[in-house]
Design a protein around this ligand. Structure first.
Ligand SMILES: *Cc1c(COP(=O)(O)O)cnc(C)c1O
Length: 237
């Protein structure tokens, strides 16, 4: 499209490469479908969540144009700045996959369709206070299956008590999420999360990222969270 202002484009502003995005999307989607097929699962059982954290709206728009409707962000503020405009007129399903501070709960409820990171009692109590809000997000409990001190999530041994508390508070839990330790094989962590979800009758299991989503699908993931393999490397961590 010719630029009506007649100005030359600024070469320092990187123009998102549509073709590269489409190629990456087709490749990842094919890998998702293949992993599901190998596991004897229907590809429709697995939702590819495009993790668009740190990525600009213009790049996300390309994926929207390509038909992607399931996205994840890890910061409430960033999502609140990007998504209300991006999602106008579309059935977008937006997941929070990063830590949620209790003073951001109101905003998170307004912005997100799913909060995957319910990880502590204080947050459960604040969420419960807002429960009657229209369009209340679905909630997944984040499980710290590697018991890593620096990582969010409920420890496996604390899960039964935490789940019971959530139910007592009137919250509906729709699934589980985990981020396995970087320095261990992810398989046993995926297995554990899927087993825990099955044990509690929870339909959604969010696990697997760019490096290991086929393994996660083999072990029962319903949602894989893929950032880098779709959007390219992130400049900021
Ligand atoms: C960033 C992030 C991802 C995506 O990671 P990639 O390795 O870029 O695919 C998935 N899950 C969570 C919780 C994240 O923060």
């Amino acid at each position: 499209m010719p630029d009506p202002s007649g100005e030359k484009p600024d070469p320092s502003v990187e123009k998102p490469d549509r073709q590269a995005c489409e190629t990456r999307l087709r490749k990842v989607q094919a890998e998702v479908d293949a992993a599901a097929q190998v596991a004897g699962r229907s590809p429709e059982e697995v939702t590819l969540l495009a993790i668009s954290k740190t990525k600009p709206a213009a790049l996300i728009q390309i994926f929207l144009d390509l038909g992607v409707r399931h996205f994840g962000e890890n910061r409430v503020q960033e999502a609140a700045e990007k998504w209300p405009a991006l999602r106008v007129g579309k059935q977008v399903d937006l997941h929070l996959v990063g830590p949620l501070q209790t003073n951001k709960v109101r905003q998170a409820i307004d912005v997100f369709d799913v909060i995957q990171t319910l990880d502590r009692e204080k947050l459960a109590r604040v969420l419960a206070k807002h429960k009657d809000a229209d369009g209340f997000p679905k909630l997944y409990i984040q499980v710290n299956s590697g018991a890593e001190p620096q990582k969010s999530g409920v420890l496996v041994q604390d899960f039964p008590e935490f789940y019971a508390l959530c139910i007592e508070l009137g919250l509906t839990i729709d699934g589980l999420m985990s981020i396995p330790p970087l320095d261990e094989a992810a398989g046993p962590h995926f297995e554990l999360l899927a087993e825990l979800a099955a044990q509690y009758g929870l339909p959604n299991v969010s696990m697997g990222m760019s490096n290991d989503f086929p393994t996660a699908i083999a072990l029962g993931a319903t949602h894989v969270r893929v950032g880098t393999a779709l959007f390219g490397q992130r400049d900021t961590p």
